[in-house]
Design a protein around this ligand. Structure first.
Ligand code: SF4
Length: 54
């Protein structure tokens, strides 16, 4: 899945998708040296690491 509104986080091992009770989706970055909630879309990221699973 690659959502152009989100960018690189959609395919990154450091990303975690969070769905709120109201159904909104948030993307959290678990890479400690980066902001927890990056401004989207993320088009370039030095810590991006492609997720191996489809
Ligand atoms: S490392 Fe970069 S691409 Fe990966 S989740 Fe964090 S902000 Fe997104």
């Amino acid at each position: 899945m690659n959502d152009p509104r989100v960018g690189l986080c959609t395919t990154c091992v450091h990303a975690r998708r969070i769905t709120s009770a109201k159904g909104s989706t948030f993307w959290m970055c678990r890479e400690p040296s980066l902001p927890k909630y990056p401004p989207l879309p993320v088009l370039r990221c030095r810590a991006h690491q492609e997720n191996a699973s489809p």
